[in-house]
Structure formats: C-alpha cells, structure tokens
Design a protein around this ligand. Sequence first.
Ligand code: HEC
Ligand code: HEC
Ligand code: HEC
Ligand code: HEC
Length: 201
Amino acid sequence: MARLTWIAMAIGLAVAVGFASAAGADAKYVGAGKCKTCHKKELIGDQYGAWQKSAHAKAFELLKGEKAKAVAAEKGIAGAPHEAAECLQCHATAQGLSASQVAAKPLKLEDGIQCESCHGPGSDYKKKKTMADHAKSVAAGMWEADKDEKICTACHNEKSPTWDAAKGFDFEARKKDIAHPIPADVKGRYEEAAKAARAAK
Ligand code: HEC
Ligand code: HEC
Ligand code: HEC
Ligand code: HEC
C-alpha cells in the first residue's frame, strides 16, 4: 500500500513537472522562419513582411557599416563590430543563446533582432490552437510585448553606445513606430475569418 502511494506520488510529481515545462519554462527559440508560415499571410496582417522591412531585422547588417566601425573603435573594440559580443548582444537575437535554448536549427546572427526577442521563445506557443487563445499563449511562454516596457529597455538603455539620454525611450511612441497589427476585423477570430475567405474563393 505504502509503495503504491509512493508510486502515485512519483507519477503526480512527474505530471506536475511536465506541466511546468509545458507552461513555457523550457520554451526554445525557433526563429522568425517558423513564425513566417502563418504571419506572412495577408489576412493576418503580414507581420513577417513588416518585420523584414524594420530596423530590427537589419540590426546585424547595421554593424557592418562605417558608423558602427567608428562606434566600435571609440569603445576600444579591436575586431569587427559584427563579430564582437559587446555589440551583438543587442543587435541579434541569436547572440548568447546556448544550444539548449534553441530548437533544432541554430538561429542566424544575420537575421538581426527577430520576433522572439520581443515575443518570447516560441516553441510552446506557436501552435495555431494556442495562438488563438491569449491566456494559453502567455501560459506557454509568450511575453506581453504590448504591456511590458522592460522587453524593449533590455536593449534601449544607456549601455548602448549611441544612446541619446535626452531622448530616452518613450515606450508608447516607439511601439507605434514598429506597429504590425492584426487587422481589427480578424483579431481574435482568425480561424473563422480564414474559413470565410476560403469559402469565398
Ligand atoms: C545595450 C544594448 C546595445 C549595445 C551593447 C550596442 N547597441 Fe548599438 N544600438 C542599440 C539600440 C537600442 C540602437 C537604436 C538606437 C535608437 O535609435 O533608439 C542602436 C543603434 C546603433 C547604431 C545606429 C545609431 C545611429 O544613430 O544611426 C549603431 C551604428 C550601433 N548601434 C552600433 C553599435 C556598436 C558598434 C556596438 C558595439 C560597440 C553597439 N552598437 C552596442 C543598442 C545597443
Ligand atoms: C522589437 C520588438 C518586436 C519584434 C522584433 C516583433 N514584434 Fe510583434 N509586437 C511587438 C509589440 C510591442 C507589439 C504590440 C504593439 C501594440 O499593441 O501596440 C507586437 C504585436 C504583435 C502582434 C499582435 C498584433 C495585434 O494586433 O494584436 C503579432 C501577431 C506580432 N507582433 C507578431 C510578430 C512577428 C511574427 C514578428 C517577427 C516576424 C514580430 N512580431 C516581431 C514587438 C515586436
Ligand atoms: C535585442 C535588442 C532590442 C530589443 C529587445 C528592442 N530593440 Fe528596438 N532597436 C534595437 C536596435 C539595435 C535598433 C537599431 C537597429 C537599426 O537601426 O538597424 C533598434 C531600433 C528601434 C527603433 C527604430 C530606431 C529609431 O529610433 O527610429 C524603434 C522604433 C525601436 N527599436 C523600438 C523598440 C520597441 C518598442 C521595443 C520593445 C517592444 C524594442 N525596440 C525592442 C534593439 C532592440
Ligand atoms: C500555425 C500558425 C502560427 C504560427 C507558426 C505562429 N503564429 Fe502567432 N498567431 C497565429 C494566429 C492564427 C494568431 C491570431 C489568432 C487570432 O487573433 O484569432 C496569432 C497571434 C499571434 C500574436 C498575438 C497574440 C495575442 O494574444 O495577442 C502574437 C504576438 C504572435 N502570434 C506571435 C507569433 C510569433 C512570434 C511566432 C513565432 C515564434 C508565431 N506567432 C507563430 C498563428 C501562428
């Protein structure tokens, strides 16, 4: 009897641990290419396209330019800025992630600052059913980028060599600068909207 109780407790514990990891604690970075499969669609608002055109997607490339070289020289960095961890830490999502934090393929530095630097590692929330439910997405590790200024100020801060202290970081204004919304008539009812679009074809 006692033995059975122990077995039952062990199973209970395993289930609890399983839930903890399902809740996003062990979520891994999947890369913008995975988000693209759904978020490149016109109907959902093509967030992927908006990101590709954005400064964040080009933040790695920026480190190869003349201004970056001057900034790095000023900081006393000997090598190329696009190879320097001191610069990459804020200019590429891939920088500083261990192999265990990344799902399957390594993320590329060339992709600059990807979706998951702001939305959190996506392995557990990227399923369509999870994405359709805000609470479930958050439970699976999605960060609330619309509410959490700290996501941005992890990089937009005085440690940036080009930081403009007078300008600072205005969260509400800067959010608008990078807006990539889901169209209002689709938000919260994507599946339904997609079905209607298919039927209309
Ligand atoms: C703490 C994070 C952080 C670090 C470290 C960092 N950067 Fe940046 N960098 C930023 C942010 C944020 C911006 C965007 C500034 C803005 O416009 O708000 C930026 C912008 C830039 C720009 C464009 C500025 C302009 O006015 O055109 C250059 C060039 C640049 N960084 C070079 C570098 C180099 C070279 C290094 C390494 C020596 C580096 N950065 C390290 C966060 C960082
Ligand atoms: C630099 C940070 C940043 C990056 C990079 C970024 N996002 Fe966002 N995203 C945000 C913020 C902030 C919001 C909320 C904006 C608001 O509500 O004002 C948002 C909102 C969204 C929304 C919800 C829009 C809505 O109407 O509710 C989707 C979907 C989204 N992002 C997908 C993506 C995808 C996919 C990528 C990559 C291809 C990406 N984002 C890259 C910061 C980012
Ligand atoms: C991983 C670091 C990082 C994070 C996180 C981040 N940014 Fe940035 N951001 C940068 C860098 C670096 C640049 C400069 C890139 C370039 O010019 O190519 C930049 C550029 C920008 C710019 C355009 C620069 C300008 O002044 O015109 C805006 C707007 C911006 N970020 C807003 C945000 C917002 C809002 C968030 C949070 C939701 C955020 N960023 C999160 C690093 C970051
Ligand atoms: C299998 C398709 C699919 C993939 C892959 C996917 N998403 Fe989504 N995502 C959706 C759908 C569908 C919605 C909108 C649900 C609705 O509003 O009805 C959504 C909504 C969102 C939202 C808004 C959520 C909210 O509750 O405000 C964000 C942010 C987001 N996705 C980011 C991402 C990021 C980042 C990735 C990659 C790591 C990603 N998504 C991968 C289908 C997907």
